[in-house]
Design a binder for this molecule. Structure first.
Ligand SMILES: C[N+](C)(C)CCCC[C@H](N)C(=O)O
Ligand SMILES: O=C(O)CCC(=O)C(=O)O
Ligand SMILES: [Fe+2]
Length: 411
């Protein structure tokens, strides 16, 4: 238990320490765990695996994995980046007839004569050990002061739509901070759609593809009123909540209606520091959220299940927070003693999320489009008076990450 907690803390703090030692550029280089000079590697062939040592890393590759992962033309098609080899046909006890390392390459000759070759640096990069030591997505956790101090630039509509460099730096900022802005966008649904499609495909939901809403209760949800909305993430009632939310306030003649943004990972990190047990409970207890509409021509009953905090099991890196107290369903997915612990943990997380120092308030105005990482950053709004119309859409997370990788970013 103590070991696991230490492990948790190390890995989560890795995420935040990226913030402290934030030097732009270093984030976006592809990490190479190993140099290609063979002299830096030690290797040894055992009965069931090859072991490669590099620095203090000892990496183990089982033979069945080495056969399955073979990148030769007969096993893998580089044109489609797809496997050809039928994995189920590999003898699970396969052993190479010959194993050697020359010029920084491991080569294995299998009993049927087929030769598989890997560069040691490629193997090191694809080792389980490397994965447990690195974060998938470097992030800068923020509160109001650190976000303000970072002076993250907004993208400009014209450049954003035409220049790949502008798009790339926008996506970079989105990945690091979980929010990013585009300024100078024409105040229309069409332009908002164009700006969104520049980043990814649009995710259609029960609210449609592009939506535009005002306080007319046209849907059975508090968003369609003038009331304040406390911080939350959207679409928690989907098993896979929408990855990104795009907002563009097209019109507001009245008072209030400011947008609240809170870095959920920063708050979760504070919980981990204060109470690792609470952090674990929030990652362990599956809860449900629901969206029920039975009036006004809409018939929906969506239910999504998942914990408040989700982390990758191999490195304990946080990748999603689900937090919506409006849409949360009765908790019947855990025994009473666990539920009691969950409420205490939820209270602590809520306190951190409500810390005024963590609140970033912005007034969205026509022309300023915000992209919010709905798996990380919570949003809310002030109550307001007067006519206010907001449009936007949701984007699937995978497709935004795909764009990021295609632009050469680490995601
Ligand atoms: C954004 N838009 C106005 C279309 C929908 C609002 C959905 C609100 C819902 N309670 C949720 O959190 O998902
Ligand atoms: O009105 C707003 O600014 C945001 C409302 C909201 O939370 C939503 O539409 O998801
Ligand atoms: Fe919302």
């Amino acid at each position: 238990m103590a070991g696991l907690l230490r492990h948790l803390r190390q890995n989560i703090s890795l995420v935040s320490s990226f913030g402290k030692s934030h030097t732009k550029g270093a984030y976006f280089q592809k990490r190479h765990l190993a140099s290609t000079t063979t002299t830096l590697y030690d290797w040894r062939a055992a009965d069931e695996y090859v072991e490669i040592s590099h620095g203090d890393a000892v990496m183990r590759f089982d033979y069945v994995w080495l056969r399955d992962t073979c990148r030769s033309a007969a096993s893998y098609n580089p044109k489609t980046s797809q496997r050809i080899l039928d994995t189920a046909s590999i003898d699970l006890n396969i052993r190479p007839a010959q194993t050697k390392v020359t010029d920084g390459h491991l080569s294995l000759t299998w009993p049927d004569g087929h030769v598989t070759s890997y560069s040691l640096s490629w193997l090191a990069e694809h080792s389980h050990q490397a994965k447990t030591r690195t974060v998938l997505q470097p992030r800068v956790l923020w509160n109001r002061d650190t976000y303000d101090a970072a002076q993250v630039p907004s993208a400009r509509w014209e450049e954003f739509m035409s220049s790949e460099a502008e798009l790339r730096s926008f996506v970079q900022n989105f990945l690091l901070y979980g929010i990013a802005f585009v300024d100078g966008v024409p105040a229309s649904v069409e332009a908002t759609e164009a700006v969104s499609e520049r980043v990814s495909i649009i995710r259609e939901t029960l609210y449609g593809r592009m939506w535009s809403f005002t306080s007319d209760l046209s849907r059975g949800d508090t968003a369609y009123t003038t009331q304040a909305l406390d911080r939350h993430t959207d679409t928690t009632y989907l098993h896979e909540p929408c990855g990104v939310q795009v907002f563009h306030c097209l019109q507001h003649e009245g008072t209030g209606g400011r947008t609240l943004l809170v870095d959920g990972f920063h708050a979760a990190h504070a919980v981990l520091e204060e109470s690792p047990e609470s952090f674990q409970v929030l990652g362990r207890v599956p809860i449900r959220h629901e969206n029920i509409e039975a009036e006004g021509g809409h018939r929906n009953h969506l239910v999504g299940t998942g914990p408040v905090l989700s982390a990758h099991p191999w490195n304990r890196e946080l990748y999603m927070i689900r937090y919506n107290n409006y849409d949360r369903a009765p908790i019947d997915t855990a025994p009473p003693e666990e539920v009691r612990r969950w409420y205490a943990a939820h209270r602590l997380l809520t306190a951190r999320l409500r810390d005024p120092g963590n609140e970033l308030w912005v007034k969205l105005t026509p022309g300023r489009v915000v992209f919010i990482d709905n798996w990380r950053v919570l949003h809310g709004r002030d109550s307001f008076t007067g006519l206010r119309r907001v449009c936007g859409c949701y984007l699937p997370r995978d497709d935004l990450l795909s764009t990021a990788r295609a632009l050469g970013l680490l995601a």
